[in-house]
Design a protein around this ligand. Structure first.
Ligand code: DHB
Length: 307
């Protein structure tokens, strides 16, 4: 399939898994490697392995999902090894890293710069870490980006949280353009949600029931963030993520300027076949157009045009 894609790494398809879903263990990653995913995006890893929070730490509700996973992962060394094995299976591989401080980000990014991954997604927006969300602190962002963005040749992507207004996006965009950032992944789970179950208690246990929201309920927020960053940053690729479960959802993200998309909640709900189904549906709604024909079309602007 010739997708006519424009992205900083060569993708098998514009539709890939979102970090955090089906991508923590080698068994899961192996399945992704032989699926329809455009790239294998690995679970956000930390310096040390982590068990994560007590269960239930993920819950589904009518219009989305809520989670306070607590960064369960096998530690970065395992993902360095997995990346090497995954590369042999043929798909592009993306690492995702989270640091509890700037030094940890620097260390993790430099390790993956010297690895077999194709790109490094720097998670600056985990809603479940007690250190807060770095991407809501402009000075800290400047410091972290200064420390990580020139450590090697592999493209750096930033996984950002939702911002509330165009002014907030503008301030963040001004920080980003001071550094070498190749792409943004927009958006991480919406912090903070709370869902009450039939038993009159929060449906997840950790953090008093507070957690990050994903799925249908955040799609308009995700679309707006993609559109706002697309208007503010000319030279940065954007991966859209948040509430994509159909071909029409994928189309919507391209229409507001995304260059690729990621699937989280739908992948968790349906398993690996979701990727194939959504790709097929997208091809149907795309019809005889090319992806480049539709990018940014809903915003009445030339692709990448700055306002
Ligand atoms: C976790 C949740 C996130 O939304 C994220 O970006 C990274 C990690 C987690 O709690 O495991």
């Amino acid at each position: 399939m010739n997708w006519d894609l424009d992205f900083c790494i060569s993708l098998d398809s514009p539709i890939m898994n979102a970090s955090g879903v089906m991508d923590t263990s080698w068994d899961e990653l192996k399945q992704l490697a032989v699926s329809n995913t455009g790239a294998v995006v690995m679970k956000t890893c930390t310096l040390e392995p982590r068990e994560g929070n007590p269960k239930p730490r993920y819950g589904r509700f009518a219009c989305g999902s809520i989670q306070a996973m607590g960064l369960p992962n096998l530690g970065y060394k395992s993902y360095l090894e997995f990346a090497e094995k995954l590369k042999k299976l043929g798909k592009p591989v993306v690492a995702s890293v989270f640091g509890f401080n700037t030094k940890e980000y620097e260390f993790l990014v430099s390790r993956f710069q010297d690895s077999s991954v194709d790109a490094i997604e720097v998670n600056l927006s985990c809603p479940n870490a007690d250190v807060g969300i770095p991407a809501y602190n402009l000075e800290l962002m400047d410091e972290i980006l200064g420390a990580i963005s020139d450590l090697g040749e592999k493209p750096i992507g930033l996984k950002l949280p939702p911002y509330l207004t165009l002014n907030d996006v503008d301030r963040m965009a001004r920080v980003i353009e001071r550094h070498s950032v190749s792409y943004l992944t927009l958006i991480n789970s919406y912090p903070t949600g709370l869902v009450i179950g039939d038993d009159e208690r929060p449906i997840i246990v950790p953090r008093n029931g507070f957690g990050g929201l994903s799925g249908d309920c955040i799609k308009p927020i995700a679309l707006a963030n993609v559109a706002m960053f697309r208007k503010k940053l000319r030279d940065v690729y954007i991966i859209g993520v948040g509430g994509i479960s159909s071909g029409k959802d994928v189309l919507d993200f391209f229409l507001v300027g995304a260059d690729a998309v990621q699937i989280g909640t739908a992948l968790k709900d349906e398993g690996i076949s979701a990727l194939q189904r959504i790709e097929k549906e997208f091809l149907t709604v795309l019809g005889d157009r090319r992806v480049s024909d539709i990018k940014g079309k809903a915003l009445n602007m030339k692709y990448g045009q700055r306002i």
